[in-house]
Ligand binder design. Sequence first.
Ligand SMILES: O=C[C@H](O)[C@H](O)[C@H](O)COP(=O)(O)O
Length: 237
Amino acid sequence: MDMDQLKRQAAARALEEVRDGMQLGLGTGSTAKHFVELLGERVRAGLKVIGVPTSEATRADATRCGVPLTTLDEIDHLDITVDGADEIDPELNLIKGGGGALLREKIVAAASDRMIVIADESKWVQTLGRFPLPVEVIPFGLGATRRAIEKAFAQCGVSGQMAVRKAKDGHVFVTDGGHWIVDAQLERIADPPGLAGALSTIPGVVEHGLFIGLASSAVLAGGEGIRVIERRKPKGD
Ligand SMILES: O=C[C@H](O)[C@H](O)[C@H](O)COP(=O)(O)O
């Protein structure tokens, strides 16, 4: 079975959690896109749900698939967010933002009662960090922000090359929020909550790709079948 089929299987398993009347956060990326497509099939068959997209790309996909959309200004909470991830550790800490949607993804996940992460098994790691950590930054004062990020890394015992993300056309990648992303090659993040806290205090950092205490469960699809891992601690701890 190829990777794309595994992603679709994980998406299909998460869809089993969706009930009539639910308000859903719709993630971004190639795995979340399968969820949006499968959800669209159910909507066309009569399921009543409403979604909040985490990116302009997902907004376009959801619209194409016939999934009705709203915003977090119109509704006061979401029942479930279903989203992909770049890395998932056994505490269900995540690295996200490979597609650049981390800011909206984190806002939407935090507004949800439950976040279900869907992925193929390759995203499961013992320690986060092999995937470059995306840090969303304000272009103004980037030199100072980079130095502050390096200091935060040193305080947390990590180091690595940082690079401003480029789009395929060679220009700087700009997020849906109009910001830039610095990708940090850290290899091994021993204390994800500590690093998340340190990055959050830097003024030029808008958000970072460490999702701590947000995922309620992970649905991992692999050659041997599907594994569902539930978070041990309650959400927010
Ligand atoms: O910004 C993008 C998101 O965080 C994605 O959910 C993440 O990069 C995983 O994407 P994919 O399912 O394509 O591997």
